[in-house]
Design a protein. Structure first.
Ligand SMILES: [Zn+2]
Length: 85
């Protein structure tokens, strides 16, 4: 018995290469979605993204050398007793 044709799905493409829009159901290619900052080109739905991806997009928009990660321990708070008066 021949196998019936199936729509493109996870079984035929590497995981994470295709996204389905939660709003309109459009199937979007990952690279296309990334170039559009994870916004559906059909309906304007904003996909949820990780903080790392958000920073990557922001750095792409403003220039990769224009920001620095914030230190978890600012030096001005490291030793509060050194500053008095
Ligand atoms: Zn959509």
């Amino acid at each position: 018995m021949p196998t019936p044709a199936r729509p493109v799905g996870r079984s035929q493409t590497p995981d994470g290469m295709w996204f389905r829009c939660n709003s309109c159901g459009e199937i979007l290619y990952r690279k296309t979605l990334e170039s559009n900052f994870f916004i559906c080109a059909r309906c304007g739905y904003h996909f949820r993204i990780t903080p790392d991806k958000y920073i990557q997009i922001c750095s792409t928009m403003v220039g990769s050398r224009s920001w620095m990660p914030i230190s978890p321990r600012p030096t001005r708070l490291a030793s509060p007793n050194t500053q008095s008066n």
